[in-house]
Design a protein around this ligand. Sequence first.
Ligand code: PEP
Length: 251
Amino acid sequence: MRKPFLAGNWKMNTNAKGAVALASGLVKELKTVTTVDVAVCVPFVYLQTVAASLSSSNIALGAQDVYFQPNGAFTGEISCEMLKDVCCTYVIIGHSERRHVIGETDELINKKVSAAISGGLLPIFCVGELLEERESGKTQQVVADQVRKGLAGINAEKIQAVTIAYEPVWAIGTGRTATAQQAQEVHEMIRGLLAKMYSPKIADAIRIQYGGSAKPSNTAELMKNPDVDGLLIGGASLKVDDFAAMVKTIA
Ligand code: PEP
């Protein structure tokens, strides 16, 4: 049985005061929740501050990216060791904004996934098709390709550290959520692919989150799907009431 997993992606939002208020508000609201894994993925500069707000709570801390090299002349980058040092458990890798705005490739994303696992972090590895790819019937092919390339060389033991987030790019931050059926179709395909790449048993244990304009009003519907094991939440994770309501709906 897969434990549901909700993660908030704060993206490039909040300030120091707002980050503490958001984290402390969630700690208060969610202190009795034990049946759902919860994480907040925070801008790098607020990780340490938010870690203090989350200490001794059941909410885990995550970052939104990581570099694959352990140290050295990589100006502006952050290593796995640094994230571990500020109490991160999770790291988002391959988010659509990094793929399509910053220009990250499947090859770079694969190096990051591999480095994160070796460095003791739990990657939330994101995949998802563009609107034109969906409209031209290429969704399954595009997502399968991203999964294969992003997980290349990740063995059966290492894959168990990974959560996959299916986030159709046309649904992220647009208010246009995938229907429960659209989400289930892709999640089912991903799980089938994992079964072929690894084994049915391993595929059955891996959590696959949906992301893309998830909010309190569509949480229950999305989570009814047998292969949707949680949500990666952008906009709605910036409001204590909304994010807490989504967690409680699932709990
Ligand atoms: C995201 O940032 O991963 C996301 C899904 O954003 P939103 O919920 O705002 O669509």
